[in-house]
Design a protein around this ligand. Sequence first.
Ligand SMILES: Cc1ncc(COP(=O)(O)O)c(C=O)c1O
Length: 448
Amino acid sequence: MTRDAEEAAPAAWLAAQIEEASAAGIAATVSRLIRDGTLEAGTRLPTVRDLAPRLHVGPGTVSAAWRALREQRFVEGGGRGGMRVAGSVGGPSPLRYTNITRYWSPDTLNLSRAVPDPALLPDLAPALQHALTDPKLHSYEVDPITASLQAAAASTWPFPAEAWLCSRGGYDGLLGLISTSVVAGETVAIEEPATPRLLDILDHVGARVLPVALDDDGPVPERLAAALRHKPVAFIYEPRNSSWAGATVTPTRQAELAQLLEHENLLVIEDDAWGTLSAEPYHGVGALLPHKTVMVRSYSKSHSPDLRIGVVGGAASPIERVRVFRQFGDGWTSRILQDALAWLLTDPESQATVTRASEVYTERRQRFAALLRERGLEVHGGDNLALWVPVRNEHQAMLVMASHGIATIASSASWSGRGPEGVRVVTAHHVPELEKVADVIALAAQAH
Ligand SMILES: Cc1ncc(COP(=O)(O)O)c(C=O)c1O
């Protein structure tokens, strides 16, 4: 029986399909009916009130099934409109992060992704050559990190780490930590604006997000104190060059935040996205509370996205959970890539290349910001590779820019609720005729 979109699946019919009237059993039957096409996209599901009595279960059982299906993106909606079969059934998906990039014309000037300029990355050839000398090369032994990468990371780590792990980039480290430390329904405090992918990860694990506002000096203590009243299991923030806001925690703020967090039973996760590329000093709370902090440092922007390396260092037990969880999958990161990065981190010429890249990114960002300010825009914040531009209407601004062949990303993806309208403009690359691009952005900012 194929059900047409928009039509409601009758409760009696659905109840008859369900063999096991538990939350898991209901969810399993409905997901099978969706997968095999019996329930098409758009089909309304019966209400909890209609279905529960037919299955002789309480409303909570059906609600739990609907919740599980929603988390897996099989269904969407809720409230008065009821629950519907989702338009694209693809399992869990980072909805804010995945965008329409694949539909863009190759001529589009893509200012939406903060990726490094390949010309500013260190040369990988000698590093990879050196990495082949690792005595453990070709071993199947599961080590969380190689000795050389641990030593190289430790030499610039801002606090003594109890444990270390090499992840496949920064977000993989965050995903591992969050999935193994947060149970669905638990609350997590995060600074906002946050990266779209962090919000996606938190949705994926079913966390309830407690936003903590930022100012130029990092998370605002009063706002963190308010979030802590809800007993979050984790607090996640970027200690320097935060995405969107460009905030860097100062020593005064560091002490204020550490005082608030000191007696809380939670995990502090520090996202150090720019790592050695950052021109800002680190004053994170990890330096004061190393036993409850884990820092995830990405080397993708500084050394190459294709090394796919993040280093996770800090409190022992959350890192151990990630190490164990990883045994379901790849277990460890290629020793070749780890040792190549370790070599780059200690080679003076490569260190100089990263320092130079940081200077060039700063120059490019400042030049872009100056051009926008000359056009009356109040640009502020911005991390290492991007700027944040307030606009009157994000959607219209993006349409105006798209009509001129320019792609940016809307700020709404960085808020769990509603935030100020804006677009994030990547400044990391050499753009010919930057003045003309600035003209278009200034035009777009006025659109409403
Ligand atoms: C705020 C933030 N955290 C972490 C990362 C980690 O990046 P990757 O997974 O590419 O190493 C990024 C990269 O864009 C980022 O912007």
